[in-house]
Design a protein around this ligand. Structure first.
Ligand code: GLN
Length: 312
């Protein structure tokens, strides 16, 4: 048999995509018009390794807005700017078991339970510093871009839709301000949170971003050190306990790897030291996680034997 032709890994990913297409459960998110208009049939998978290899199948060139996946990267920037203790003072790291937009802060401290729910994410955004190297928003966008290995951009139209639909997030922002978790007026932090949710990327970008985390903070393609290994270790730990919202426990059993999802239908899963898998498919389950994204990660974990708790 000839060894020439598509890589067997690519062939395998193509099979997974074709197997996933008929899965029609779930509904697309309708919190803003741009998301409500998403095509339900889209499925893309990309795998990026820490040595720079990339495998992809399906609709991997289509751009989508990152939504809550940005929470992991903005948290990384907050940790970089304030140090772990400075951030921990304001945001806890315990799974909440609540929905991602739950209006809840810890009664004694006022801290959000973790940085992967909206309350914690808005607090994390507020902790990113404005510096002489750029505004908070520019620095958040730059971090995402450096992890992806190319310049990403914000979709201003989506940002304004997020702003219009943002009453609940504004309520969270003011609640955080009332407890001193955000200092002063939270309006600016909220606007930057809407901006970070509106960063556009495709499946390949997302896989590269995950691979940068898998590689301890060094982008495997550009070679740039983007984040410190200590920061990455904290981010991946929080992703493993809180990245899939109130489905994190079941995710641990089904996939058992750090991951982050967003309501546009993206999911990134990281195997530290090895690779990242990114999936984009808009229909969501009741937790707000991509149905095909979860199914794809489960399938890859099984087929490639990636689950941390499997001994044989
Ligand atoms: N923009 C959405 C929100 O703030 C992001 C939520 C998500 O992706 N889970 O509610």
């Amino acid at each position: 048999m000839s060894k020439l032709g598509p890589s067997p890994v690519t062939e395998y990913l193509r099979r997974v995509v074709e197997d996933l297409r008929p899965l029609t459960d779930g509904t697309v998110n309708n919190s803003v018009p741009e998301l409500a208009a998403a095509d339900e049939n889209i499925v893309g998978i990309a795998v990026a390794t820490v040595d720079g290899a990339l495998y992809q199948a399906g609709d991997t060139k289509l751009e989508f807005c990152i939504q809550s996946i940005s929470k992991a990267f903005t948290y990384a920037q907050a940790l970089t700017d304030r140090g772990p203790e400075g951030v921990f003072e304001k945001i806890d790291v315990e799974p909440s078991g609540d929905a991602f937009n739950e209006i809840s802060l810890q009664p004694e401290t006022g801290r959000p339970a973790n940085p992967m729910i909206n309350a914690g994410a808005i607090a994390a955004t507020s902790l990113v510093r404005n510096t002489s190297h750029g505004t908070r928003m520019e620095r958040i966008l730059r971090l995402h871009s450096r992890c992806a290995g190319r310049q990403l951009r914000i979709n201003k139209n989506i940002q304004s839709q997020e702003h219009k639909a943002g009453d609940r997030n504004r309520a969270l922002g003011w609640l955080l301000a009332s407890r001193g978790i955000i200092e002063g007026d939270p309006t600016g932090a909220l606007e930057d949170y809407f901006g970070q949710c509106s960063i556009m990327l495709n499946c390949v970008d997302l896989a590269r971003m995950g691979a940068t985390l898998a590689a301890g903070g060094r982008n495997p393609v550009t070679g740039e050190r983007v984040l410190d290994p200590e920061v990455v270790s904290d981010v991946l730990s929080v992703m493993s306990t809180c990245g899939m919202y109130d489905d994190a426990g079941r995710w641990a059993i089904r996939v058992g790897l750090p991951a982050k999802s967003g309501v546009s239908g993206g999911v990134v899963t990281v195997l530290p030291g090895q690779l990242a898998v990114a999936v984009f498919s808009p229909p969501l389950d009741r937790h707000g996680n991509s149905v095909r994204g979860v199914a794809a990660c489960e399938r890859l974990t099984k087929d490639l034997d990636l689950h941390f708790a499997r001994t044989e």
